[in-house]
Design a protein around this ligand. Structure first.
Ligand code: NAI
Length: 271
């Protein structure tokens, strides 16, 4: 259902790899709500993924490659996007995460530190780089909304989530710190959404994903929030209806984060 909540707004959406990606659903919903968008992903992902199909469904949105850890790539992206829009940008979605330690099977207490630094750079520092570049180029309108996607492993330990837990803690901290300075400087707001598990490429790469997906489903009073639900929440945060919300980590998880234990989970231990 479209309400034109983003009518006239222009945004950059990072991280749509395939149709399971959370960013994929956000892109479609943003366009449905009247936004014009530019899609971006790492050059290697553009070669492997199906982002062109998404672009076609988004009124032929331009696809501009950028490794989100590279400042020159990000400068090029923001310059090209503002040129394409003929003006500044109103929203940005950072939907980027990758851990080489998870991918290559290094345990948390047997980590490879080069991999660890890459995890932090790709999954957290890139958020800082996106905002620092946007601010330096003065590419965002006042009251623009910048969002990144996080996970509750920032607050609590989830075995298998590995160094991504540390990356998410840093990501949420960057949202607070940059939200402070960008708010005072330009009235730009910065938040993270802490989302339920979703079976995407990044999600299902985590060891034991199916188990904790099922566990979260049983623990959450509303069940797991899907990628489509997450897209709806992102739209509200890009819209003017939430213009005074900034520096927050917002749980979007069907109540999981505030549930100690559920009867469904307890029952399993009474058997
Ligand atoms: P996904 O695998 O579809 O998306 C991850 C994206 O990051 C991909 O498009 C990938 O190409 C991009 N990426 C990786 N390295 C990059 C780089 N150097 N520069 C630019 N882009 C790069 O998976 P998903 O689940 O849609 O992930 C999106 C975000 O949501 C991530 O931050 C993830 O941690 C977060 N999230 C995912 C959850 C899940 O269970 N799937 C739960 C909570 C948060």
């Amino acid at each position: 259902m479209a309400n034109q909540l983003l009518s006239g707004k222009k945004g950059i959406i990072f991280g749509a790899l395939d149709e399971r990606s959370i960013a994929w659903k956000v892109a479609l919903r943003a366009v449905e709500e009247g936004a014009e968008i530019v899609l971006s992903n790492a050059p290697v992902a553009l070669r492997m993924g199906t982002i062109k199909e998404l672009a076609a469904q988004c009124n032929n949105a331009p696809v501009i490659g950028a490794d989100a850890t590279s400042i020159p790539d990000l400068e090029n992206l923001f310059n090209q996007a503002t040129e394409h829009f003929g003006g500044k940008i109103d929203f940005v979605l950072h939907s980027i995460g990758m851990s080489p330690n998870v991918r290559k099977g290094f345990a948390y207490d047997g980590t490879n530190y080069d991999n660890f630094l890459k995890t932090l750079d790709i999954s957290a520092l890139s958020f800082h780089k996106v905002m620092q570049t946007a601010k330096k180029l003065d590419a965002l309108n006042e009251w623009a909304s910048v969002l990144a996607l996080s996970y509750i492993a920032a607050q609590r330990t989830f075995p298998g989530y590995n160094d991504m837990g540390d990356a998410k803690a840093l990501l949420e901290s960057i949202a607070r710190s940059f939200g402070y300075s960008y708010g005072f400087a330009k009235k730009v707001r910065v938040n993270t959404i802490s989302q339920s598990p979703v079976p995407t490429t990044a999600g299902s790469g985590v060891a034991g994903f199916d188990g904790f997906y099922g566990y979260a489903e049983k623990m959450s009073p509303l069940g797991n929030a899907s990628a489509a639900d997450c897209a709806n929440y992102c739209i509200t945060l890009f819209s003017d209806l939430t213009r005074m919300v900034t520096m927050q980590n917002l749980f979007h998880d069907g109540g999981f984060s505030f549930t100690g234990v559920s009867e469904g989970v307890v029952e399993r231990f009474n058997q």
